[in-house]
Design a binder for this molecule. Structure first.
Ligand SMILES: [Zn+2]
Length: 327
């Protein structure tokens, strides 16, 4: 998740590298766009507030750059800011947006542009909702709505270094973040969660494409890759922070999770004790806990605990793995 400190860094030094660039002449853009789209995206104009219905549109889907059609935002990150411009808390990927210091009109602002075609989009401010605190204030004229939305799922099953490494390998999983959830303490640290007193569990939040992998399959894989019959522990990790938990993002997910637990119960000798409850807040863990296994493959815990677990998982679910990964 991007935070204000990242935005400042990008605006001052170097913007994230895009996967590709699209370049067209001014005349080409003019011929491809409506006059308003052209003025906003190619000449940095700002549309009148409340001039588009897109502000109050919250149906699932993605928002792409109107010029080059690169997906920029997901409706999951859209919120009602009351400003009259579509507002988002995060871009889809770190490298789809570029940031530039903008000193026009006697203000110091951070301009956002499409990192692929340099279309002006709007600005980003640091008064958005938690946890990112960001508000991407974007001209509706710079965006087009495209169908298809990614979904979120949140799972805990022991140490999040393990859980993250497993979900990262699945086809259809676009992003995995390690964090804390299920307890009461606001903005907990790793040290606090390790004390076992915050009520939080170590969890991973998964963003997935439901056309490639179903929520039900994610739940099946989660239950099969840790021991959901153990109360408050996994292997040598003991404490409520290691409990088996599924935090649901919708009533449908809650129903599915309970259905799959019933479906899989016969394959376990003891009762499944996995807690299923609606997600309240997900707190992203400290940066050095992200991609832990990928960044520390030779670490003691990784070779002793995670590698053997991953090997078993890859055999069991080989048809669900990302293509082109070493098997
Ligand atoms: Zn673009």
């Amino acid at each position: 998740m991007l935070r204000w400190i990242d935005i400042i860094r990008f605006a001052k030094n170097v913007n994230p590298e895009p996967d590709q660039k699209v370049k067209k002449s001014d005349d080409e853009w003019r011929s491809l766009l409506t006059p308003e789209q052209y003025r906003v995206t190619r000449h940095k104009e700002t549309e009148r507030p409340f001039s588009s219905e897109m502000c109050s549109l919250f149906e699932p889907g993605k928002y792409a750059c109107v010029c080059c059609h690169t997906p920029l935002f997901d409706s999951l990150e859209k919120f009602e800011s009351g400003t009259g411009w579509p507002s988002f808390t995060q871009p889809l990927e770190e490298n789809v947006i570029a940031y530039h210091e903008d000193l026009t009109f006697g203000m110091r602002r951070i301009e956002t542009t499409c990192n692929v075609c340099e279309a002006h989009l709007g600005h980003v401010f640091q008064d958005g909702p938690e946890p990112s605190g960001l508000r991407y204030c974007i001209n509706a004229a710079a965006l087009e709505k495209v169908s298809g939305s990614d979904l979120k799922a949140t799972f805990g099953g022991g140490c999040f270094w393990c859980t993250e490494a497993i979900f990262q390998q699945l086809e259809g999983v676009l992003k995995v973040e390690s964090g804390y959830s299920g307890g009461k303490v606001v903005n907990p640290t790793y040290r606090e969660v390790c004390s076992g007193l915050t009520g939080h569990a170590e969890v991973v939040q998964v963003i997935f494409d439901p056309s490639k992998i179903s929520y039900e399959d994610l739940v099946r894989i989660h239950l099969a890759t840790h021991d959901p019959t153990l109360m408050n522990r996994q292997g040598g990790d003991v404490g409520t922070q290691y409990r088996s938990i599924i935090l649901t993002h919708s009533p449908e997910q809650e129903r599915s999770a309970n259905d799959i637990i019933r479906e899989m119960q016969p394959s376990f000798e003891r009762n499944i004790v996995t807690e299923v409850k609606p997600l309240d807040v997900f707190y992203r863990a400290e940066q050095h806990h992200q991609n832990y296994f990928l960044n520390n493959p030779d670490g003691g815990y990784c070779t002793a605990v995670i590698s053997p677990k991953l090997e078993k998982f890859r055999k069991l679910f080989h048809e669900k793995l990302k293509k082109g990964e070493p098997g």
